[in-house]
Design a protein around this ligand. Structure first.
Ligand SMILES: Cc1ncc(COP(=O)(O)O)c(C=O)c1O
Length: 382
């Protein structure tokens, strides 16, 4: 049986592509259709697709002129791609602490890390909650929004990913929408859009930021004198197959986000009033799109392993903790200097992330029962 996440539209578009024999690039290609639809959905002038949501961050930094000798401020409590992308661009990630209650980059902590070398700030809209991009913009530096985990989240009514200079999304399979692997950048700035496109497409000078224009027109390059590479770039393009699938997913994005919000609300309700189990705080000016429902075991009497083991014994499917802080991963510890980030260090070992993509109501119910039972049992023990 097919997964509930994959519907008839995905199949229809894939078959349409196979029947057409991969006709190529342009507005009518699936990549073109996906970029056009994504730009419309996010009220953005440009949407440039990529093969994943790490390449998007790398390209965004390069488009902003980030390179060797520069610093980019990032949170340490995030998937490693955020800081890896800074290294890919040849710059140095500078870690600033997160807020103890919202878990996203703290503007006050960022203020303490800015130096004459700081070229950009790259906050993460963690677990679906928009980062405080409006406050970060006050530092007068370009902001790249890592919105891989945040689709249709809002800050002061504005969609996450549309507030900073460039917004970056991922279509990796755990995300709100997927095509296995993929990514998208959005921007309103024509020059940035063209830089993003060129970087994703081998530095070709003849391409444009318009939808689907990631390949050179065949007739225009027939001559042996053709100049192709006016810029430096990678082949970070999204395939037509992935684009066809992602387009079908994008068309039901509202539905998929609503489902995550409903699942998260059920977990949050079950934890209401439990003093030692603190949900991620969603500020009143934000809409959280709940990639996961994150909680902190805000006590030393309930170790992560105990909660996890009890949840599974009660029929729970399991859950993830938080990634190790980037600067505590062995390679980073050896190569990247950092100042301590006490809030992130407190939160990381105590974080639990409940899954929010249950397509079946009974499945969700069984998880809420297991969660509730676990809270009761652990409360008695603690
Ligand atoms: C916050 C964050 N940034 C970046 C990425 C990288 O995206 P991708 O896996 O598509 O490269 C991910 C997820 O995978 C993520 O969660």
């Amino acid at each position: 049986m097919r997964s509930w996440r994959i519907g008839e539209k995905e199949e229809q578009y894939l078959l349409e592509l196979l029947d057409s024999g991969f006709p190529g690039s342009g507005n009518g290609s699936f990549t073109g259709r996906l970029e056009k639809a994504f730009a419309e959905k996010f009220n953005s002038r440009y949407a440039i697709s990529f093969c994943n949501g790490t390449a998007t961050l790398h390209a965004a930094l390069v488009a902003l002129g980030v390179g060797p000798g520069d610093e980019v401020i990032v949170p340490p409590l995030t998937m490693s791609s955020t800081s890896l992308a800074v290294l890919h661009a040849g710059a140095r990630p500078v870690f600033a602490d997160v807020d103890r209650e919202t878990f996203v980059l703290s503007p006050a902590a960022v203020g303490n890390r800015i130096s004459s070398r700081t070229k950009a700030i790259m906050p993460v809209s963690l677990y679906g909650l928009p980062a405080p991009v409006d406050e970060l913009e006050k530092f007068g530096l370009p902001v790249v929004e890592d919105s891989a985990e945040c689709y249709l989240g809002r800050l002061n009514g504005r969609l996450a990913g549309t507030i900073g200079s460039i917004g970056s999304f991922s279509f990796q399979n755990s995300k709100h929408i997927t095509c296995g692997e993929g990514g998208m950048t959005i921007t309103n700035d024509e020059e940035l859009a063209l830089s993003l496109r060129r970087f994703s497409s081998l530095g070709y000078g003849q391409i444009s930021a318009e939808p689907g224009k990631s390949k050179i027109d065949k007739n225009a390059i027939a001559s042996p004198d053709t100049i192709r590479h006016t810029h430096y770039g990678f082949n970070f393009r999204l395939s037509e197959l992935c684009s066809a699938f992602a387009l079908a997913q994008l068309e039901k994005l509202d539905e998929l986000v609503e489902l995550r919000i409903a699942c998260a609300e059920a977990f949050r309700k079950a934890a209401e009033g439990v003093s030692w189990l603190k949900p991620q705080r969603t500020p009143v000016n934000c809409v959280n799109s709940y990639w996961t429902a994150a909680f902190v075991l805000d006590t030393d009497r309930v170790p992560w392993n105990l909660f996890h083991k009890t949840f599974i014994a009660n029929g729970g499917e399991g859950f993830y903790g938080a990634w190790r802080l980037a600067y505590n991963e062995p390679w980073f510890a050896e190569h990247v200097e950092h100042e301590p980030c006490p809030n992130a260090e407190y939160l990381q070992p105590r974080m639990i992330q409940m899954k929010t993509n249950y397509g079946n109501e009974n499945e969700l119910k069984s998880q809420i029962v297991a969660f509730t039972k676990t809270i009761e049992q652990v409360t008695k023990r603690s």
